[in-house]
Design a protein around this ligand. Structure first.
Ligand code: ATR
Length: 285
């Protein structure tokens, strides 16, 4: 780890654009990553309000930022301002990472692939041929579903409070894998047949920490149960699932690895994942 980290005339600039943004852990995580890798770079949080995104993206070119992360609510609109969008981001319908290649802006999405890398590294799961149950069908679910399908999941069931959104997501994934939209009342029939259950909803997130996205009595070992929520780090859903014999996976990993992929696209170097995770954990205390 480089002890001294300072800004000078050669510092390469990075940032995250969002609204709200002051809660973001990305600056703490990425600045630690640059320091650890000995790269002279700085990463800041920018509060970009609705209607100002286009100007902000012009600024990325003018100021020669090397890279930007994009978060809520800009992930979809930002696609209009890219010179190129990779296949994954196009299918997911959202960009969370911009790479500035000498003025040419490339939009990618590292959320889903970050999720899968974290899931594999933290649980050792082999997704090939596996049946998966996803609860939730919002923006996060689109990235996760795409990445799970790309990893070779054999069938993805999607349940969502608003059934039409589950059916829509299923349709968009159907060219990559087997898919079914199911009702929340059908969870009992499916939960026992799958190797992985993922909570893609915000249910259980602070401050509503007692809520669960589905009845954990439906879960049997040896399923892997994964939650995208990372505040709290271990949700009630994960705690109860573990008590029923499931192997659990917390949402913090997705956040760390989406940043790790961004770092690797920008720098061409392997991300110092352990240091990045420690930086985020330290910032909770
Ligand atoms: P994100 O980008 O985090 O995925 P989103 O696109 O707003 O956010 O999606 C939120 C997901 O959580 C949706 O699946 C939503 O269900 P609906 O499509 O029915 O809105 C789900 N969700 C949020 N609050 C919920 C609640 N109290 N009960 C059940 N599902 C909930």
């Amino acid at each position: 780890m480089i002890e001294k980290h300072f800004l000078d005339s050669n510092t390469i600039l990075y940032g995250v654009f969002g609204d709200p943004i002051r809660h973001s852990k990305s600056p703490v995580m990425l600045n630690r990553a640059f320091a650890e890798a000995g790269i002279n770079a700085a990463y800041a949080a920018f509060h970009i309000q609705p209607g100002q995104l286009k100007d902000a993206i012009h600024g990325v070119r003018a100021l020669q930022f090397r890279g930007v992360n994009v978060t809520i609510p800009h992930k979809v609109e930002v696609m209009d301002y890219m010179d190129e969008i990779d296949e994954g981001a196009r299918i997911i319908g959202a960009v969370n990472t911009i790479i500035n290649d000498n003025g040419r802006l490339i939009g990618r999405n590292t959320d889903g692939i970050g999720y899968v890398r974290s899931l594999k590294e933290e649980t050792g799961i082999n997704l090939k041929g596996m049946k998966v149950l996803m609860v939730g069908a919002g923006g996060a679910a689109r990235g996760v579903g795409y990445a799970l399908a790309k990893e070779g999941a054999a069938h993805i069931y999607v349940a969502n409070r608003t059934r039409e959104k589950a059916d829509e997501l299923v349709k968009s994934m159907s060219s990559f894998t087997g898919t079914s939209g199911i009702g929340m009342d059908e969870l009992g029939e499916v939960a026992g047949q799958v190797g992985l259950i993922v909570n893609n909803t915000s249910v259980g997130m602070y401050p509503n920490v007692d809520a669960v996205p589905m009845d954990t009595a439906l879960i049997n070992s040896p399923t892997v149960v994964s939650d995208l929520v990372y505040n709290p780090l271990i949700t009630r859903f994960l705690r109860e699932s573990e008590a029923r014999g499931a192997k659990i996976h917390s949402g913090l990993g997705m956040f760390i690895y989406q940043g790790a992929y961004a770092f690797e696209y920008w720098t061409g170097k392997p991300a110092p994942v352990a240091a990045m995770r420690q930086a985020v954990l330290d910032s909770f205390n």
